[in-house]
Design a protein around this ligand. Structure first.
Ligand SMILES: NC(=O)c1ccc[n+]([C@@H]2O[C@H](COP(=O)([O-])OP(=O)(O)OC[C@H]3O[C@@H](n4cnc5c(N)ncnc54)[C@H](O)[C@@H]3O)[C@@H](O)[C@H]2O)c1
Length: 330
């Protein structure tokens, strides 16, 4: 069934790529974004590449009335909720802003959906809900316990949507726990372009590759990992967003609340990612090892088998391609 999907926070890195994947799969997209961490440019490129107009509403996803009228005016049938502040370090310094923005956008979006009588909801959660995992790869039923306010907002919203689904069986809601999205659309025309200082490793490495930053800071080389640097599960952005299309389409046969890991299922260390970019660019990427960052963990790798079997979704792009596409988008 073709859906008209409201993507809150849809102008951002994952949202703009999600719009691309949804339109390619035959769905319609409407975006609400307040542009606190994005510009409209990426969505203009998506519209250009697909030849499909994307209505973009410059507004706040905490505004129930606005969201309700967007849902009604555009005939929205499902929502992918991405609007959030997402920097872990900043969330420790500004917990009220993070709890305020992230919880309020989620609750307002759900209220607007209920007011408008639509019940299909996909939520951008995060592997940060697992905190410091007991072992890797991590299945969805591993214990959760975020270690920072950002991760706690994701954990709390998961509880809210689970309780909501239990209260009324019209709700079909899915939380997608993302691991570490990297790379860009194959065209190279949409990229990860955060306003201000990037917080994720790949955009930092890209800043070094493009001469905007002198070196990559590597936080600790004494972790209990093969080369001593932190190991994460990097997933190509296009694989990640195709997972959203699969999750959305699966809502037709889903009952209540489900949660899925979206990850590659393989660990890559900081030094391996730097080497991957060196291979993709033919450049040397200078780096400096400093002390561990408070709250960091050694390893975080997904067990994606539930999404593989239930959603029929699998990653098809490797880390080398993610490095090439990230570089191409620069
Ligand atoms: N990028 C990652 O590594 C990662 C990992 C796990 C989960 N996530 C989650 O995925 C979602 C998208 O992340 P992203 O990397 O694309 O981030 P992003 O910052 O590029 O996109 C988030 C978008 O939300 C918008 N926004 C924030 N508050 C808003 C509000 N009150 N009203 C309207 N718009 C608002 C921002 O302007 C931005 O365009 C977020 O919920 C994030 O927490 C991201």
């Amino acid at each position: 069934m073709s859906e008209t999907v409201l993507v809150t926070g849809g102008a951002g890195y994952i949202g703009s790529h999600t719009a691309m994947a949804l339109i390619t799969a035959g769905h319609k997209v409407v975006v609400v974004d307040n542009f606190v961490n994005a510009k409209p440019d990426a969505l203009s490129v998506v519209a250009e590449l697909t030849g499909v107009e994307i209505p973009i509403i410059d507004g706040d996803a905490r505004d129930v009335e606005l969201l309700t009228s967007v849902i009604e005016d555009h005939g929205v049938t499902a929502v992918i909720h991405m609007a959030a502040l997402k920097a872990v370090g900043e969330s420790v310094e500004m917990p009220l802003e993070y709890y305020g923005n992230n919880l309020e956008t989620a609750i307002a979006t759900l209220q607007a959906m209920r007011d408008a009588g639509i019940y299909k909801f996909v939520f951008s959660s995060s592997a940060t809900v697992y905190g410091d995992p007991e072992s890797c790869p991590i299945p969805e039923d591993a214990s959760i316990g975020a270690t920072n306010p950002y991760g706690m907002t994701k954990e709390m919203i998961e509880v809210i949507i689970r309780d909501l689904a239990a209260s009324d069986d019209r709700w079909k809601v899915t939380a997608l726990r993302y691991f570490n999205p990297v790379g860009a659309h194959e065209s190279g025309k949409i990229s990860e372009a955060p306003l201000g200082k990037p917080n994720n490793l790949m955009p930092m490495i890209m800043e070094v590759a493009t001469g905007k930053r002198e070196k990559v800071m590597v936080f600790g080389d004494d972790w209990p990992t093969a080369d001593g640097t932190g190991v994460r599960d990097y997933i190509h952005i296009m694989d990640l967003v195709e997972g959203h299309v699969a999750a959305l389409e699966h809502l037709d046969v889903q009952e209540g609340y489900e949660v899925y890991n979206l990850g590659q299922g393989e660990g890559v260390s900081v030094l391996e990612l730097i080497r991957g970019v060196e291979e993709a660019t033919g450049m040397q990427i200078p780096y400096e090892v400093t002390g561990r960052r408070a709250g960091d963990i050694a390893e975080c790798v997904a067990d994606p088998s539930k999404a593989n079997s239930v959603l029929g979704w699998k990653t098809t792009r490797d880390i080398a391609q993610a490095c090439r596409d990230a570089w191409n988008s620069q």
